[in-house]
Ligand binder design. Structure first.
Ligand code: XMP
Length: 517
């Protein structure tokens, strides 16, 4: 049974987790659930203070599921977002039509004259991502917002606590999204706040305490997530925590340096497993991005399992728990049953969750699993970790493996390592490191013509990717000073062997993803 007062029924939108995020920021506890789980709970008589129906990639014209169970309790406040609004429109007898043209990205909506929301102007920029829309309002509903294309952007019922929004109030790009959500929670659902930051920290510590005297194993990357998870765990269980760092050979110079510093300056017991050759061998000849991700994930599991077994025998330790710095976005990603139903689309298979526990018979310990990145950073600082450790940029589990496009080779891996180091040095010396969410270089396996000295060069390309984001879910490419880009480009072409050309990626997410593979 959920102890959270807002349930979010996940219809598979890429943004569902942001709804929790915003709900929590507004002071209300919330939980994302599969639609099946919501059904189970509602049919067993449980009701939340409010139910949010997320967006989703499907169309009501294809999804023939009977969703009447969502609407049985007429007193239950419901907010439908995007696909959720179309479900509301359809269920209450309005008409939904297939759009010939969709509305994707930034759009402007206006509130009708007689409607207003506290702190919110009449005209706002919002994030849209739909083609179907409600064309005819159900009986008893009224429009409250309209898009620039004349489409219903917001509707409410005049008799029930039900509201629909065609745009995404949970996405950063929607101005005043939080004010709009707050309108639903206070004016429609009449809810009281029940959530503050410290709630989650207390929960994290309580989670660790439950292991008692058991031995805990940690898959440690040195990134902020596993570092914060290990630091809290160490505070609670001390030497019963053993951290293992797998060197997959797909790391940057800064990662090796960081691990050495952590080994020297923290009380954590960090065991480094050198598995470079195994990863390189397994990846030989593979160029498909998904295959590479899967191989890196599986190699990690195999290496980890073998080395931990060796260590356990040698030190006569038996591990009961696996500590992971899993964050809420990963949890949502991995539990969504819509993937299995084919309702949601897999964009990339992230390799850090799943697989391990079943084979190793370990119970999972994920003290950060309800947290978002910035909350983890705050927690890290509270735990006394140095600022620079806590504010390191995210680095994906498959590392350089997804930053060399196509087949990996020692020369291309080295090119990314060196160019990344140059980018890092320049960001630091220009005080730009913390101004951006992530910055890295990508090796493009294409050759272009250039001139080096007096000779013709026919060499590869390095792409510099720098983005601003608050959660990695959406991102804008960073507009960096020209002289900075000039220095980076000039140093890379001069200092990195085999590179004659540097390009800067000016794609936001969506439609691009942050990583190139
Ligand atoms: P994308 O490329 O999906 O990335 O826009 C969003 C954020 O996730 C990181 N990322 C990963 N992190 N394991 C991770 O731990 C992975 O497999 C993985 N793939 C992408 C990416 O660096 C960005 O911060």
């Amino acid at each position: 049974m959920s102890s959270r007062q807002v349930w979010i029924a996940d219809f598979g939108s890429q943004y569902t987790q942001l709804i929790t995020r915003k709900t929590r920021e507004l002071g209300y506890s919330s939980e994302i659930m599969t639609v099946e789980r919501v059904k189970e709970l509602l049919l067993s008589g449980k009701i939340p203070s409010a139910l949010i129906l997320s967006g989703g990639p499907q169309s009501i014209f294809e999804d023939k599921t009977d969703y009447t169970f969502l609407f049985k309790n007429e007193a239950l406040p419901i907010l439908g977002i995007c696909y959720g609004m179309q479900l509301i429109g359809h269920h209450f007898g309005g008409s939904v039509v297939k759009g010939f043209i969709g509305e994707y990205g930034d759009a402007t909506i206006s509130m009708i004259d007689s409607f207003s929301i506290k702190n919110c102007p009449k005209k706002i920029n919002v994030w849209m991502s739909h083609s179907d829309h409600v064309e005819q309002l159900p009986l008893g509903f009224k429009k409250i917002m309209i898009s620039g294309n004349g489409i219903f952007a917001g509707v409410i019922s005049e008799s029930a606590p039900v509201m629909g929004l065609q745009f995404h109030p949970e996405v950063e790009h929607t101005n005043h999204g939080k004010d709009i959500l707050n309108y639903f929670f206070t004016c429609i659902a009449g809810m009281k706040k029940d959530w503050e930051d410290k709630t989650i920290r207390e929960e994290a510590k309580a989670e660790i305490k439950k292991v008692g005297e058991s031995k805990v194993l940690c898959a440690f990357s040195g990134g902020v997530d596993s570092l914060v998870a290990a630091t809290i765990a160490h505070e609670v269980i001390g030497k019963n925590l053993h951290c293992f760092f797998v060197d997959n050979g797909l790391l940057r110079p800064q990662d090796y340096e960081h691990i050495e510093i952590l080994q020297k300056e923290t009380p954590l017991n960090i065991v480094v497993i050198d598995a470079k050759e195994i990863f390189y061998k397994n990846l030989e000849g593979v160029s498909d991005p998904e295959k590479k991700r899967k191989i890196i994930g599986k190699s990690f599991i195999d290496v980890f399992e073998a080395k931990v077994n060796e260590y356990s025998k040698k030190h006569n330790i038996s591990f009961d728990y696996l500590l992971q710095g899993t964050l809420y976005p990963d949890v949502i990603e991995s539990i969504s049953p819509h993937k299995k139903d084919g309702k949601s689309v897999t964009i990339k298979s992230h390799h850090n969750v799943g697989g391990l526990p079943e084979r190793m018979k370990l119970k999972l310990l994920e003290p950060l699993r309800f947290l978002f990145k910035d909350e983890v950073r705050l927690l890290g600082e509270e735990l006394g970790l140095p600022h620079s450790w806590v504010y390191r940029h995210p680095f994906p589990g498959p590392g350089i493996g997804v930053r060399v496009l196509g087949e990996l080779g020692l020369e291309s891996i080295t090119a990314v390592q060196l160019s990344d180091q140059i980018l890092l040095e320049e960001l630091n010396s220009s005080n730009l490191y913390e101004a951006v969410w992530q910055a890295f270089t990508v090796y493009l396996p294409i050759k272009t013509v250039g001139v080096k000295g007096d000779s013709r060069a026919y060499e590869s390309v390095i792409c510099v990717r720098v983005v601003n984001s608050t959660d990695g879910m959406t991102a804008n490419w960073s507009s960096l000073p020209t002289d900075f880009l000039f220095r980076v480009s000039s140093r890379i072409t001069n200092e990195v062997k085999g590179i004659t050309r540097v390009v800067y990626d000016i794609t936001s997410k969506p439609p691009g993803t942050i990583e190139w593979e």
